[in-house]
Design a binder for this molecule. Structure first.
Ligand code: B12
Ligand code: SF4
Ligand code: SF4
Length: 218
């Protein structure tokens, strides 16, 4: 398979190319030798969940179904284009996906620190990356949506003030999720992520959000 078919293959798995970068003159310590381009893949907000819940990993009852699904499918995608798959989970230590996202020119630090993406807003997440030993033709960088977001609703959306300007109080968030008031975040996803101006135009399947919040709330 040629690399340009990779995005079409990703879509059959409900995944989208959410950004990438060329590795010239960068710290290569986290990449396989000879890496020239790194591609970041994450769920398509509407298409991923229905595909995933049909998979053997979701239905076999074993732990970490989404991580196992990602390893199987993204590794196969990487192999088909002569690349190597890398994953955001499995640590510590963790690979620096947050820093890689910033280098992609398609994701930025939001006022609440979570990454904000040009198309997916605060819903952004990655299932894996593919390191290629050749250059992949990447689309040009885009603009940080926060610059033109006048009201910045992310700043005041958390019902318990756990996720505010530049700070995330993880124990406060977890404590809130254990109360009756936490039901909205648990079933529909983090209220801050849902409030983002970009996110508002691209809903994510609720079952998908509930799955991640359930894992986070264990
Ligand atoms: C550990 C971790 C957490 C920890 C601590 C976060 C932290 N303080 O870094 C906890 C468990 C709290 C957490 C929570 C969540 N996380 Co998290 N997390 C990670 C993980 C696995 C490792 C981070 C790390 O240490 N990297 C190693 C260092 C060396 O890499 P780095 O890139 O240089 O590190 C940068 C980040 O750590 C960042 N950073 C520092 N503080 C914070 C705080 C937050 C909230 C974030 C997002 C980043 C961040 O700054 C560092 C320097 O640039 C990353 C995946 C990854 N491999 O990076 C996901 C990751 C950052 N998390 C992610 C997600 C989706 C979440 C959750 C939304 C999960 C959920 N509920 O569905 C929640 C957020 C809470 C919420 N209200 O819903 C996404 C990013 C989402 C986004 N839009 O920003 C990532 C990239 C995973 C992925 N698969 O895409 N997470
Ligand atoms: S609500 Fe506005 S300021 Fe906040 S992350 Fe989304 S685009 Fe950026
Ligand atoms: S999950 Fe709910 S309580 Fe936790 S940071 Fe998001 S909005 Fe706040």
């Amino acid at each position: 398979m040629i690399a340009s078919d990779l995005e079409a293959l990703a879509q059959t798995h409900g995944l989208s190319l959410l950004g990438g970068f060329h590795t010239d003159a960068r710290d290569m310590s986290h990449f396989p030798e000879n890496t020239q381009s790194l591609l970041l893949f994450g769920p398509m907000l509407q298409h991923f969940w229905p595909i995933f819940i049909e998979s053997p990993e979701w239905n076999d009852g074993d732990p970490d179904p989404m991580d196992r699904w990602s390893i199987r499918n993204i590794s196969a995608m990487a192999q088909s284009v002569g690349g190597q798959a890398l994953f955001p989970f499995g640590g510590p230590p963790f690979l620096p996906f947050y820093s890689w996202a910033l280098q992609s020119g398609r994701a930025w630090e939001s006022p609440v620190k979570l990454l904000v993406h040009d198309r997916q807003g605060l819903w952004l997440s990655y299932r894996g990356a593919i390191a290629l030993p050749y250059r992949y033709d990447l689309p040009p960088p885009t603009k940080r949506p926060c610059e033109s977001c006048a009201d910045k609703p992310c700043l005041n959306a958390c019902p318990t003030q756990a996720l505010v300007l530049g700070h995330y109080d993880v124990p406060a968030c977890r404590a809130f999720l254990k109360t009756d008031l936490g039901t909205g975040c648990l079933s529909q996803g983090c209220t801050v992520r849902r409030a983002c101006s970009v996110t508002l135009s691209c809903a994510r399947v609720e079952g998908h959000s509930a799955y991640h919040m359930g894992v986070f709330n264990r």
